[in-house]
Write a protein that binds this ligand. Sequence first.
Ligand SMILES: Nc1nc2c(c(=O)[nH]1)N[C@H]1C(S)=C(S)[C@@H](COP(=O)(O)O)O[C@H]1N2
Ligand SMILES: [Mo]
Length: 401
Amino acid sequence: MLHSSRRDFLAATAAAAAGFTPLAADAAKIVKGVFANGDRPLVAFPQKRPLMVLTPRPPQLETPFEIFDDGVLTPNDAFFVRWHLAGIPTTVDAAKHRIKVGGLVDHPLSLSLADLKKYEAVEVLAVNQCSGNSRGFFTPRVPGGEWQNGAMGNARWKGARLQDILAKAGVGAGAKQVQFHGLEGPVFPETPAFRKSLDVGMATSNPDIIVAYEMNGAPMPLLNGYPVRLIVPGWFATYWVKMLSEITVLDHVDDNFWMKTAYRIPATPNASVAPTDKGYATVPINKMVVRSFITNLKDGATLKAGNHIVRGIAFDGGSGIHAVQLSTDGGTTWTSTPLEADYGPYSFRRWHAYIALQSGTQLTLACRAQANDGSMQVVTPIWNPSGYQRSSIETYKVSVA
Ligand SMILES: Nc1nc2c(c(=O)[nH]1)N[C@H]1C(S)=C(S)[C@@H](COP(=O)(O)O)O[C@H]1N2
Ligand SMILES: [Mo]
């Protein structure tokens, strides 16, 4: 392998050290940053096309945004990747994999993949979005994975309903939460293992939460959680536990690090605070907030004069998209755009509009979505110290040649 820059070399060797040998580290390819320190090498990890590398170990790989223009589903080999801990198995024997269902249950279970497939199979199109998607745009900047807008993806997930599995196990009286854990572990013993929990009411009554064994009609890539992962449609990806190996019913509210300390948002309107604010209450991050993007042009683009189609996507936390509007004057006036096919309330919803561009002009495009629950994107960016839940209206400056 040839590496023209030290940075690519480090990315490739660190990935190899983690057991993930990049298949084609093309040293020439760097995606230019849209914020300071935002340049990202494009590296292909196993089962993946070249993606933007934030960190190779643990792997944090971002989907180049133009891929969202290709179709409503994000291909498995282009789907973003995010792990917290570096001790990820580099292979998993699906035939030997078991999901242990235990804790406060009447009948503990040990489910093989074959057992899982005996439950009624359900399918859902749902967006998996990292809580910190778009963190790099926070002003002032905050620490954490400096994602652009590509820490998200939309896939068709197939699996068994969590509520059916829990019904079989029999949830005991006094249960408070259900905790999920995957196969990976920390490299250092003092690092807390990654465990996430949902309230027992939600886990036993929401028929859309599934333990999935298929992603877009195929087994999911190892880096996206092969052989099974939890799908929590409408909720941020932190709950979508990969390589799921344990489901534990708890008689208390989970107080492990990943619930009590990490992944919490201010209990304020729009989860927003001032950088100087201290001592506010926080809650575990939960439902996603409505967002929309243009997918076929980038901020700063130069276009030819004439007629153009503008294409985009929108999604929310599960009520579905009611309308998307486009502005060609930076948000002063808005026009409704036709929505494309509806793949259910948890999926990306595509939209498009036609605009006529006069040569020699400059304009700012903006799109805003309104969800069926009435929520609507606003101009004012939110801020919180973890860089979670960015959802403000995106703008795109365009020069017409
Ligand atoms: N086992 C396990 N599952 C996990 C995580 C993890 O570190 N370990 N990270 C979560 C977070 S924060 C995100 S953003 C998503 C990323 O899913 P993806 O890698 O399939 O895109 O996985 C979630 N599930
Ligand atoms: Mo995340």
